[in-house]
Design a protein around this ligand. Sequence first.
Ligand SMILES: [Zn+2]
Length: 141
Amino acid sequence: MSAYLPVELRQLLLEADDHRCAYCQTGEFNSGYPTVVDHIIPLSKGGPTSFENLCFACHRCNQFKGAITEMEDLLTGEIVPLFHPRQQRWKEHFAWDAASIRILGLTAIGRVTVIALRLNNEVIVNARQNWVSAGWHPPAA
Ligand SMILES: [Zn+2]
């Protein structure tokens, strides 16, 4: 969900997320769309509008995430929280496949987030294939 942010808070987020989606790592320079402000714990579930609960996200991830905060891990049947970009590190929960086209969930948190936010949806996978063909490599988050 997008929200009005004080300039200082927006600047902190820009420095932290570097114009990229904190979930799928798609940059504004790749998508051509500005990122949106995502409440990691949604406003509707009491999440505050503070740096600790905000990140930049691409439109797709923001939309797919909606008010979801957790999901069943199909491997274990356990209910697992989604990735929290301010409390967790991306590369501890995700990795790129060898072709740098698909995001792999390394942990239960990574696995449920890949599914919930459809981090390997057909549109983004096609786009990543084009970027990689053109010499782009995903950032080491
Ligand atoms: Zn994204």
